[in-house]
Design a protein around this ligand. Structure first.
Ligand code: HEC
Length: 158
């Protein structure tokens, strides 16, 4: 039994380490959803000022397209399926070329105070992670524990 405990501990730490969201290297190939500008009066200005675009992987995109009208009308939409990835790329300058920060939401399905998403942000170009406590850093603003709300804004999608 004494021998087993360190193994269990190592396994546990490994699981914790694997818990992070991978850097979305595929963002330039993901489906374009919307773009916009975060101005000074926006609470997001301190994190991601200026230009951004929102992108989705195929899984999230299929769901978004299927329920597009309801998203637009701000109606109740079923939750995004597990495996959905939504990325918010904030740019330096206005040319959509040089990312400053890349925010990621990855659906794992474990509902709770983080809405079933994993949350991460990467400062570019070094890909430094910025999320310490997802419930406080991100999900509190997105999800707020509301019912019938999956935490995705996509406000300007056309
Ligand atoms: C102050 C509230 C607030 C905080 C804090 C916040 N977000 Fe957001 N987030 C928003 C709003 C509002 C939008 C929509 C912005 C737009 O497109 O104009 C958004 C958009 C996004 C999107 C694009 C999908 C969508 O919902 O439109 C992702 C991905 C995202 N945020 C991830 C994160 C991550 C990761 C964190 C934590 C580091 C975070 N957010 C922190 C409010 C917030």
């Amino acid at each position: 039994m004494r021998v087993l405990i360190p193994f269990i501990l190592v396994g546990f730490l490994y699981v914790l380490a694997g818990d992070g969201v991978q850097f979305p290297a595929d963002w330039p190939d993901m489906k374009f959803v919307e773009e916009g500008v975060i101005l000074k009066d926006n609470p997001l200005y301190t994190i991601v000022p200026g230009y951004h675009m929102t992108l989705m992987n195929d899984k999230a995109w299929e769901h978004f397209k299927k329920h597009f009208k309801d998203f637009r009308m701000k109606k109740e939409v079923p939750p995004f399926p597990v495996g959905s990835k939504v990325v918010f790329v904030n740019f330096k300058g206005k040319h959509y070329k040089t990312p400053r920060i890349i925010l990621v939401m990855l659906k794992t399905g474990k509902l709770g105070d983080v809405g079933g998403w994993k949350w991460e942000g990467f400062v570019m170009p070094e890909k430094r992670r910025i999320v310490k406590t997802p419930s406080k850093d991100c999900a509190n603003c997105h999800y707020k524990g509301k019912k019938n709300w999956d935490g995705i804004f996509v406000p300007h999608a056309k």
